[in-house]
Design a protein around this ligand. Structure first.
Ligand code: SF4
Length: 334
């Protein structure tokens, strides 16, 4: 069985910040933080539903807010409840706990507490490595906090994830690529890439409506994400998420920005287009079934883009599921 998460959303509760793009209650599709008892019910139900052999590949994931910034008694209660369903206390339990938090909400005492509670992976919302962008979006931390906390988390042996956003207020494609390179240099285990979605009721929506924040074109967003995917693939850093989940409340509350239900497919198509372009035409391009639609491009856009240039697209299921082959050379797409 592939790795799976049981997602427990802990919205904005306790977060003293007001990032320009955030209205956490909307994004996590829930109105209030669950009580420890409700979390217990959710985890018990997952424990009973997931076969014992699959629990070893399943983690409990507290996402949606800044886990280490919530009131300590609430964090302790959630960790206690989750602990009941972990392998460390129950041999047939889940493999660990994932949390996400801010780069400036990490300390020795917190990391020791998390490690003792069975947390295995910590993701930091870096968002940008450009201090002007961080400040303009009211993040309340700097890129130096990201560098320091990442090293700190790694030194404790946690799986380390970094989340970044593209197209924020005051950012540019160049700054977003630079952020990707700076994040890659920190060698996290995983990365999540979230192109900015402008949510009704946020500071960003106000700036957008006043014409002060003008997102760069959507095609540039695809281009930036394709380049970022290439940067992380080259360094064997797993991109575990590209774009926000298409939840009903998000679609209802998005007033602009980079939201597209087929974002992943568009970005993979662009990555492949760039690879073919760099390899030169004419070209023989092969992909396994899983990547065939990305090879020919979303709605055939790559086939159309290379029309008349001697580019042949072929299915080849002898290739690994994440690999394409251009003129005899393999490229991992992820
Ligand atoms: S720190 Fe996280 S939860 Fe708090 S406002 Fe910013 S994005 Fe939202």
């Amino acid at each position: 069985m592939r790795h799976a998460n049981i997602s427990v959303f802990i919205p904005h509760v306790g977060c003293p910040y007001a990032c320009a793009f955030c209205r956490q209650n909307t994004i996590s599709d829930t109105e209030r933080a669950p009580t420890p008892k409700e979390v217990d019910v959710q985890l018990k139900s997952a424990f009973d539903r997931i076969p014992e052999r699959d629990r070893a590949n399943t983690e409990i994931a507290f996402f949606g807010g800044s886990f280490t910034a919530i009131p300590e008694h609430y964090m302790d209660a959630l960790l206690y409840v989750a602990g009941k369903y972990l392998q460390k206390d129950c041999h047939s339990g889940f493999s660990g706990i994932r949390i996400s938090t801010r780069p400036d909400c990490i300390s020795d005492s917190i990391l020791i507490k998390l490690r003792n509670a069975g947390v295995t992976a910590i993701e930091l919302g870096a968002q940008s490595m450009d201090d002007e962008v961080l400040s303009a979006n009211k993040r309340g931390h700097t890129s130096a906090d990201v560098v320091r906390s990442t090293a700190f988390i790694k030194s404790y042996g946690f799986e380390t994830g970094l989340q970044m956003m593209t197209g924020l207020y005051k950012s540019t494609p160049e700054k977003d690529i630079k952020t990707g390179m700076d994040i890659a240099a920190l060698a996290p285990d995983t990365v999540r890439i979230y192109p900015t979605v402008i949510i009704k009721g946020t500071e960003l929506a106000r700036l957008y409506e006043q014409g002060i924040y003008v997102p760069y074109p959507f095609d540039d967003c695809i281009d930036v994400c394709a380049k970022l995917m290439g940067i992380f693939a080259d360094r064997n850093i797993r991109v575990i998420r590209l774009g926000l989940h298409a939840e009903r409340s998000l679609e209802e509350n998005a007033v602009g920005g980079f939201f597209h239900p087929a974002l992943g497919e568009l970005v993979r198509s662009r990555m492949i287009r760039d690879i073919i372009e760099n390899a030169g035409t004419p070209a023989v391009c092969k992909a396994p079934s899983r990547l065939m639609s990305a090879l020919v491009g979303h709605k055939g856009c790559n086939r159309e883009y290379f029309a008349g240039r001697g580019v042949v697209f072929e299915r080849d299921d002898a290739l690994p599921a994440d690999t394409i082959n251009i003129n005899g050379k393999d490229f991992r797409i992820g």
